[in-house]
Design a protein around this ligand. Structure first.
Ligand SMILES: C[S@@+](CC[C@H](N)C(=O)[O-])C[C@H]1O[C@@H](n2cnc3c(N)ncnc32)[C@H](O)[C@@H]1O
Length: 499
């Protein structure tokens, strides 16, 4: 074992990471550009001719056998195989009588093709079409085109054959100005498999734009780069694809300059937002409210069948609880809902953009308090529901003002039931959530959360773990031990049938 390998295996990851940063060997993400145009102005860009020059030299070295493979212009002497990609290619070929027809979007001068080749023996025919920038296409056509490998400047240039088996997006989606738009376009192709490889993701509900700095030892360059929202990406993919597998990037993870060494902690905190485990009390200030809501919606979800409309869907956090035929998200047309980009349809707060009786089920979770025209809103829900369809509605009874100024009402159980009955619904079930002493602990935490919150996420996390967490857990215990009080509760849940 060399001294270098020994040092690498003994050093704690954080030391290795600091070393890579200090030596300029790590991939860095920085900045917070407000638009793609601004990000382009802040970086050297992908079309820098020196990049093609370097990739071209490296590809020549691989093609002539001087190196085993090339990646982003870097040469490697030892073979490394992208096994997750290979598994997908072989899966596709196994289902397609051993044919393999790959659309390799952003496939450079064929680096992944050459890297995979030793495992593709025996497949026939192989067609590998790289879609690239015009300068790459020209270089590819001049020097590297074979019977199997071809280069095209756009999807429109591909010969129409309808036999594509795999769309491969390896380290490319993040460099497109409209990655989700491009995914929608690619979904129209006939390929049965889509592979998204080496793409940075974040766990929040929003895509983050930043500048990626290539490590200095590769070449001095920087590009605009998206760190896409994983929940949003999965949501978009679920419209056209079934998820077969997710795998971590084989090259490891990188982090942004604003501190993603805590990435796994952040991911955990995010995962505990709507369906918190017991330990989640230490990271989620709304543990009591969210846990109760999740359990109640889970129990009620089996009543919802057929075509479901989620009105005011937000990030659709409860989607996994419903196994309905379709799940359509509607949200009010606002800057924040558009930036989340998780709804399937938007409207102006008046008429829903759907036909009468288009749905068998409507979910409306924690939205009704934000509706200024509840009468019209309930009439619209009734209109789009088929006769006998079900409405699952939750709404707070006591909670602090939120999403100001769009917070208009609180409903008692009598007010809510009367409104629903007036609008042609029959109440099937009415439930008061957190109708015990724990509601007071949840309200105390809502108070502490607002008054103790600082600009430092780290400090907020410590406060949540050391103060709010114990308050939640005490509330949980006392809530089960002390008598219930049906007159004071946090939320109400109603299942109502459209008459
Ligand atoms: C507290 S969030 C709840 C989001 C989601 N239903 C959930 O359970 O996480 C409130 C949502 O209501 C939406 N909203 C506000 N006014 C609305 C209206 N008049 N019609 C439909 N949605 C509305 C907001 O855009 C936001 O997505």
């Amino acid at each position: 074992m060399s001294a270098r390998t020994l040092a690498r295996s003994l050093a704690p990851p954080i030391v290795l990471d600091l070393f890579r940063r200090w030596s300029g060997r790590s991939l860095r993400f920085s900045g917070n550009p407000s638009s793609w145009d601004q990000a382009i102005r802040m970086s050297s860009g992908y079309s820098d001719p020196s990049i093609l020059e370097r990739v071209l030299m490296a590809t020549r070295a691989v093609a002539s056998g001087q190196a085993r493979y090339e990646r982003d212009g870097m040469l490697f002497d030892k073979p490394t195989f992208p096994f997750p990609v290979l598994a997908a290619l072989l899966r596709a070929a196994a289902r397609d009588a051993n044919h393999l027809d790959v659309i390799d979007f952003g496939g450079s001068l064929g680096s992944t093709y050459r890297q995979c080749l030793p495992f593709l023996n025996g497949l026939s025919p192989i067609r590998w079409s790289v879609i690239e920038q015009a300068s790459f296409v020209e270089a590819g056509r001049n020097e590297f085109t074979t019977d199997e490998l071809k280069f095209f400047a756009s999807l429109d240039d591909l010969p129409q054959r309808g036999s594509e088996s795999v769309v491969l997006l390896s380290s490319v989606l993040q460099y497109l100005d409209d990655p989700l738009g491009r995914l929608r376009e690619l979904a129209k192709m006939s390929a049965g498999h889509l592979v998204i490889d080496r793409t940075p993701l974040n766990e929040s509900a929003v895509d983050r734009l930043c500048i990626q700095h290539v490590p200095k030892h590769i070449y001095a360059a920087s590009y605009p780069c998206w760190i896409l929202s994983r929940p949003k990406l999965l949501d978009q993919l679920s419209r056209n694809w079934r998820l077969v597998a997710e795998y971590p990037c084989p090259e490891g993870s990188a982090h942004t300059e604003d501190g993603l060494p805590f990435a796994s902690l952040r991911r955990y905190v995010h995962g505990q937002q709507f369906n918190p485990s017991l330990l989640g009390a230490l990271v989620n200030p709304f543990f009591l409210a969210r846990r109760e809501l999740w359990c109640a919606i889970a129990a009620a979800s089996s009543d919802m069948r057929g075509r479901l409309l989620d009105v005011g869907c937000g990030t659709k956090p409860y989607r996994e609880l419903f196994s309905t035929d379709t799940y359509v998200g509607l949200d009010i047309d606002s800057q924040s809902s558009r930036s989340r980009n998780t709804a399937d349809a938007y409207y102006d707060g008046g008429r829903f953009p759907f036909e009468d009786g288009a749905f068998n089920a409507v979910l409306c979770n924690q939205v009704f308090e934000h509706v200024f025209n509840p009468q019209e809103f309930l009439s619209e829900i009734r209109r789009v529901l088929a006769v006998g369809g079900r409405l699952l509605l939750t709404v707070p009874f006591v909670w602090d003002e939120h999403e100001q100024p769009y917070d208009y009402a609180r409903y008692s159980s009598f007010g809510l039931k009367a409104l629903l009955t007036q609008h042609g619904f029959r109440i099937v079930r009415h439930q008061k959530l957190l109708a015990d002493v724990s509601v007071i602990f949840q309200l105390l935490n809502a108070y502490l959360f607002k008054t103790m919150r600082t600009r430092s996420p780290f400090f907020n996390m410590i406060v949540t773990a050391l103060i709010l967490g114990p308050v939640s857990l005490l509330g949980l215990v006392l809530g089960t031990l002390l008598p219930k009080n049906e007159d004071l509760y946090l939320d109400q849940l109603v299942i109502a049938e459209r008459l």
